[in-house]
Design a protein around this ligand. Structure first.
Ligand code: RNT
Ligand code: ZN
Length: 415
């Protein structure tokens, strides 16, 4: 009997259907963020990276042009199983014939390479207005700026992005998430913590009033605790974002790097699902701070994935990756993080949820505790390998070789 068949029987002994898990996993869409491939530079090069985020490392081979980024995406997709989406920022607009539109004037025509790519792969597109790396981020504020011309510029940017997302959704026939993350904040203690939030609230209201199809376009609002150089106050805090999303009927987005280190996004997921139809996630790995390291198959990711899988919550969650490490091969970072999240999801799907709940309800916590530990050493890798095989992607053993070959043939020539 082959290894997978043995594993299948072992899991079946716990009431776990590995076949079903493999099928479900292949259907969970994960949005792959374009910005890992080029250190969030984008194509408009309006200014260097700002907004309190930072990419560190200088590993050679970053994508420098739209063509290079697409080439990298193709390579990454060839090593990834399951349903994929691409996740792009407004700063990845490709403007033709030397026309330079500013961010308040972009439109779907500037994203043709992305819609073509999505068409080729039959995947959806998620979108992000870019409220950073631009000279009109004035005094670290965008939508909450007291300067009316600045605020208006960013409101128009937000509206333009919702229209573009609408186009993506229509063109791809797939729901499009349009994620609002504004870095707005203060390095030192502000005089007034209410006023900027009131302005941001008004700006978001104006943007959302632009009209869009609520069954296809899903504006999300991402909260944050602090950014570099914005340590004292973040306008789009957790409370602001949750209350705003709840009151306006949009989707809250939690990035697990955006909370205090002992807070658990895994614990927040089921809570939010009681109050929202849909929620969105940015899966990342923070080390000591919002450092956006590559996602690994670690306890935090597994705890999040367990909640995503519990009660089929994945049907109501928009899942995206969000990290940027320039200290290692960027394609390796991309595909490892993606596959690690999938492993965590698979581990979540391979849990006997009903049985565990019964133990909990009977206050049989000893049994629950011991079962959790027991599950950890079941032959998970045989099921994972089967997933790769079934979906014709390289197994973990050959992943490095695959990436290295691409580095030697393509990335190393980018000098
Ligand atoms: C920043 C947020 C945000 C960005 C991307 C590039 O802290 O996590 O989601 O990482 O928009
Ligand atoms: Zn994020």
């Amino acid at each position: 009997m082959d290894r997978y068949e043995q594993a299948r029987e072992l899991y079946a002994g716990y009431g776990i259907d590995t076949e079903k898990a493999l099928k479900v996993l292949a259907g969970i869409p994960i949005s792959l963020h374009c910005w890992q491939a080029d250190d969030i530079k984008g194509f408009s090069a309006d200014s260097s990276l700002s907004g309190g985020i930072q990419v560190t490392g200088n590993y050679p081979g970053a994508a420098r042009t739209p063509e290079e980024l697409l080439c990298d995406y193709r390579k990454a997709f060839s090593m990834l199983a399951g349903k994929k989406k691409i996740n792009i920022h407004a700063s990845y607009a490709v403007q033709k014939n030397g026309v330079k539109k500013d961010r308040d004037g972009i439109s779907f025509e500037d994203f043709e390479i992305w819609t073509d790519f999505a068409g080729e792969y039959g995947c959806g597109i998620d979108f992000n207005p870019t409220f950073f790396s631009h000279p009109l981020v004035k005094d670290n504020l965008t939508l909450s700026s007291p300067d009316e011309s600045v605020r208006k510029f960013w409101v128009d940017h937000g509206k333009a992005c919702i229209k573009i997302a609408q186009y993506f959704a229509e063109k791809t026939g797939t729901e499009s998430v349009v994620n609002f993350w504004m870095p707005d904040g203060f390095k030192d203690v502000p005089a007034d913590r209410r006023a900027p939030r009131e302005i941001m609230m008004r700006s978001l209201d104006e943007i959302l009033a632009c009209g869009y199809d609520k069954t296809q376009v899903f504006p999300t609002l991402e909260s944050k605790v602090f950014g570099i150089g914005l340590e004292s106050c973040t306008v789009g805090s957790s409370e602001f974002s949750l209350c705003y999303a709840a009151s306006r009927g949009i989707v809250p987005l939690m990035d697990n790097g955006h909370y205090h280190p002992t807070e658990s996004v895994a614990d927040k997921i089921p809570t939010l699902l009681l109050f929202f139809d849909r929620i969105a996630l940015h899966i990342t790995r923070s080390i000591r701070w919002d450092s956006d390291h590559v996602v690994t198959f670690d306890d935090e990711t597994r705890a999040i994935a367990e909640q995503i899988c519990n009660d089929e919550a994945y049907k109501r969650i928009f899942i995206a990756l969000d990290y940027f490490d320039a200290s290692i091969n960027r394609i390796a970072a991309w595909v490892s993080g993606y596959r690690n999240l999938q492993k965590a999801l698979l581990a979540g799907l391979l849990m006997p949820g009903k049985q565990m709940l019964e133990y909990q309800n009977n206050a049989d916590f000893t049994r629950l505790f011991m079962l959790r530990e027991e599950l950890k050493t079941l032959p998970f890798s045989d099921v994972w390998n089967r997933f790769c095989e079934e979906n014709s992607v390289v197994s973990d053993k050959y992943l490095y070789g695959e990436v290295k070959k691409y580095e030697d043939e393509i990335l190393s020539k980018r000098v």
